[in-house]
Design a protein around this ligand. Structure first.
Ligand code: NOJ
Length: 445
C-alpha cells in the first residue's frame, strides 16, 4: 500500500474548491451577478433547476470548513476569487466588502497553518462583462487584467501561490461552443474567439502576478484526458488526433511558444487564416512556474462523419462495459499516468502539479456515516499511478483532490457529489465521508 511519504517530504497535498460552487451569498454583500447566477435562473439547463444562491454557504462557514481541511490533514486549500464579488460590474467600481471577505478567508487559512492557493478565474464571469460579449470579446482582456492586478496588489503579501485560469478549454467549449454551461453560447466563431482571449488572459495574468507579487509561485491549470482511438483504423486515429488538439494541446502549446496546433487539424488552420487575430503572438507566451493538470478520465474516440467539424464521437465507458463513476466517466488510472507523461514531454514546462482529480458517486449518509469505498479505491489507484510517474523522475510537485465537500457541480447542479465531505444542502450539515477519513490516514503516514 502506498503512503503519502513515498512522494517525498516536499510534495504538496491539497484540496481544491471554486467560489461559485461553494460560497453562496450570491446576491449579497455587494456581489454582482455572475454568468452562472443568471444562467442557472434562465436557461433551464441545470438539473432540477438548482441555483447557486446558497450553495455550501461557505461565505459564512469558511472558518469551520478550513478547520475541516486541517482535520483531514491537507496543507493546502485551493479556492478561487469571485470576480463579480470584487468588481460587481466586472471593472471599474470595487466592492470593498468582497475585498475584505477574501482577506478574512486568507487570514483564516494562515492562522490555521493552511497554505492558500488562489485561482483567479474559475468560471464565474461577471454578467456585466458577458453583456459586452464575454470571453468572445477582445475587451475582456483589459477587464481581466484590471481584476488580476487588483488581486495581486491586495493579497500578494499573504498569498504566494496563484493559478491564473481554471480549465480554459472547459469554459470556452462548454460555455461558448456547446452552450451547456454559462453563458450558453454556441458556434465556432464564439468558441475560437473565446479561446484566443483566454489564451491571452492566462499569459497576461502570469506577467501581472510576476510584476506585482514578490516570490510568487505562478501556475495555470488545464483539463486533460488521454485520447484513445477506438480502433487502429486511420479514420479513428485521425479523429482521436483532432480531439487531442482540442482537449489537450489548444492552450498549452501557444503558452509554450509553439503556436496553436493548427497543423494537425485543417479546420483550425482555416479558422486561423480567416481570423487574423487568431494567430500566435509573443503575447500568448509566459514562463509559468508550474502547470496545473486536472484529470478525471480518458476518452475513447471513434470517427463519425455526422458530427460537425470535429467528426469524432466518444464511445462511452458504459457501452464498452468499463468501470465508471456516477458521471459516467471511465475510471482508468493508467490513462492518468499516460496524460502526465504526455504533458511532461513538453520541454517548456518547469513543473507539474495535479490541481484536480476526483470522482462522483451516489453517496448517502447512514447513521451519520458515508461509506464510499469506491471513491477510496479510485484515489488509491490514481495516486499509485501518480507515484509511478513521480518515481520515474517526472517533476510533479503536488496533488489536490477535487473536492473538499459536495457542491454545485455546474450543469449537474447539486446532484453530482465529488466531496470528501458530504454536504446536506438543506441543513448545511457536513459529514466527513469514509474517503475523507481515508485521506486523513493516508496523509499521516
Ligand atoms: C473541473 C472543474 O474545474 C470543477 O469546477 C468541476 O467541479 C470538476 N472538474 C468536476 O467536474
Amino acid at each position: 500500500m502506498i503512503k503519502a511519504s513515498d512522494f517525498g517530504k516536499d510534495f504538496v497535498w491539497g484540496v481544491a474548491t471554486a467560489a461559485a460552487q461553494i460560497e453562496g451569498a450570491a446576491e449579497e454583500y455587494g456581489k454582482g451577478l455572475s454568468i452562472w447566477d443568471t444562467f442557472s435562473k434562465r436557461s433551464g439547463k441545470i438539473k432540477k433547476g438548482h441555483q447557486l444562491t446558497t450553495a455550501c454557504d461557505f461565505y459564512h462557514k469558511y472558518k469551520e470548513d478550513i478547520a475541516m481541511v486541517k482535520l483531514l490533514g491537507f496543507q493546502v486549500f485551493r479556492f478561487s476569487i469571485s470576480w463579480p464579488r470584487i468588481f460587481p460590474e466586472g471593472k471599474g467600481k470595487v466592492n470593498q466588502e468582497g475585498i475584505m471577505f477574501y482577506h478574512r478567508l486568507i487570514d483564516e487559512c494562515l492562522l490555521q497553518g493552511i497554505v492558500p492557493y488562489v485561482t483567479l478565474y474559475h468560471w464565474d464571469l461577471p454578467e456585466a462583462l458577458e453583456d459586452e460579449g464575454g470571453w468572445a470579446a477582445f475587451s475582456i482582456n483589459h477587464s481581466f487584467n484590471q481584476f488580476v492586478s487588483l488581486c495581486a496588489k491586495e493579497y500578494g503579501d499573504k498569498v504566494k501561490n496563484w493559478i491564473v485560469l481554471n480549465e480554459p478549454f472547459g469554459f470556452t467549449s462548454l460555455g461558448y461552443m456547446l452552450g451547456i454551461h454559462a453563458p450558453g453560447k454556441t458556434g465556432l466563431t464564439n468558441f475560437f474567439s473565446a479561446v484566443h482571449h483566454a489564451a491571452i488572459a492566462q499569459a497576461d495574468g502570469g506577467r501581472i502576478l510576476r510584476a506585482e507579487v514578490r516570490n510568487a509561485n505562478i501556475g495555470t491549470s488545464f483539463s486533460c484526458s488521454e485520447i484513445i482511438p477506438y480502433t487502429d483504423r486511420e479514420s479513428d486515429v485521425l479523429a482521436a488526433r483532432r480531439v487531442d488538439c482540442l482537449m489537450n494541446r489548444l492552450f498549452i502549446e501557444p503558452l509554450l511558444g509553439l503556436g496553436y496546433p493548427t497543423a494537425d487539424w485543417e479546420v483550425m488552420e482555416k479558422f486561423s487564416i480567416q481570423h487574423s487575430t487568431w494567430r500566435h503572438t509573443e503575447r500568448l507566451t509566459f514562463d509559468f512556474d508550474f502547470i496545473g493538470i486536472q484529470n478525471y478520465f480518458p476518452l475513447t474516440i471513434k470517427y463519425n462523419a455526422f458530427i460537425p467539424v470535429v467528426q469524432a464521437w466518444e464511445v462511452k465507458a458504459k457501452s464498452r462495459k468499463k468501470p465508471h463513476t456516477a458521471m459516467g466517466w471511465e475510471i482508468n488510472a493508467n490513462s492518468f499516468y499516460n496524460i502526465i507523461k504526455q504533458f511532461s514531454a513538453y520541454k517548456g514546462i518547469k513543473s507539474l502539479m495535479i490541481t484536480e482529480n476526483g470522482a462522483a458517486y451516489h453517496d448517502r449518509t447512514v447513521n451519520q456515516q458515508v461509506n464510499d469505498e469506491e471513491r477510496i479505491t479510485y484515489f488509491q489507484q490514481y495516486l499509485a499511478a501518480l507515484l509511478k510517474a513521480k518515481q520515474e523522475g517526472l517533476n510533479i510537485t503536488g496533488y489536490m483532490a477535487w473536492t473538499l465537500m459536495d457542491n454545485f457541480e455546474w450543469a449537474e447542479g447539486f446532484n453530482a457529489r465529488f466531496g470528501l465531505v458530504y454536504t446536506d444542502f438543506k441543513t448545511q450539515q457536513r459529514t466527513i465521508k469514509d474517503s475523507g477519513l481515508w485521506f486523513r490516514d493516508f496523509l499521516s503516514h
